[in-house]
Design a protein around this ligand. Structure first.
Ligand SMILES: [Zn+2]
Length: 241
């Protein structure tokens, strides 16, 4: 029932025209936007509309949210699910934006507990902008937080989102746990591409690996090819091309 309701709302948003100035916002602020081919670009824009219009955007700490803020944050979220079932964000209902850092642990700002449990993502706008300024350093706060949403959607928060097929879980677990242990042990290959923060726990490992997958795909494919292959299979994209 709720699935139908969601689908109906989504199709209404998809049919609305894209506001003309959004493309300018993307071209100016979102470096990965220009790399899409025609088909992906169309799919991306359609999902972007749904994401921006479906969610509740909440200003916090004196932040004022305009279309630029919404479109830029939505772009980071939609890039992750471009070739996934977009219902994967179905439980996400609101995005809270602060102008800069806020008093949740700065690295892990998905708000837990309280009324909104896993339906809320909290972001610092400064951190989002910083992430986009350096699109190849393997550090992107928005990407990181939305990767946590995908992970959490599986029901657990353990670094394994819902994979495409049952047969994918075993190789996923083997490859990710091995890379995670190697990062914890300070092995060179992993440290070359993954931020040390990924050694915190499995959930952080997946989020950090996602940042590197999208921002440093060539290095990851070279240094940790098995990890790259698992992420490529899950996300359904190859950011190298
Ligand atoms: Zn995190």
């Amino acid at each position: 029932m709720f699935g139908l309701w969601r689908a109906w709302k989504r199709s209404r948003f998809e049919k609305r025209d894209l506001p003309a100035h959004w493309v300018g916002i993307l071209e100016e602020n979102v470096p990965f936007f220009e790399a899409f081919d025609v088909r992906d670009r169309e799919r991306f824009l359609s999902r972007l509309k749904v994401f921006v219009w479906r969610l509740v955007w909440i200003e916090a700490g004196g932040m004022s949210i305009d279309d630029e803020v919404r479109v830029v944050i939505a772009a980071a979220a939609v890039r992750l699910v471009l070739h996934l079932d977009e219902d994967i964000y179905g439980r996400l209902s609101e995005v809270v934006v602060y102008p800069s850092h806020f008093h949740h642990p700065a690295e892990d700002s998905v708000v837990l507990g309280e009324a909104h449990a896993w339906g809320t993502v909290v972001l610092s706008w400064d951190a989002v902008v910083q992430g986009l300024k350096n699109p190849h350093d393997g550090h992107d706060t928005a990407t990181h937080e939305f990767a946590h949403v995908l992970d959490r959607n599986s029901g657990d928060f353990n670094g394994t989102p819902e994979l495409r097929a049952r047969g994918h879980y075993r190789p996923w677990a083997l490859v990710l746990s091995e890379c995670y242990e190697r990062l914890r042990a300070g092995k060179k290959g992993e440290r070359r591409v993954l931020r040390e923060y990924g050694a915190t726990n499995e959930a952080e490992f997946f989020a950090v690996a996602t940042e590197a997958f999208f921002e440093r795909p060539e290095q990851m494919a070279e240094s940790t090819p098995d990890l790259y292959a698992e992420l490529r299979r899950f996300y359904g994209v190859d950011p190298q091309v």
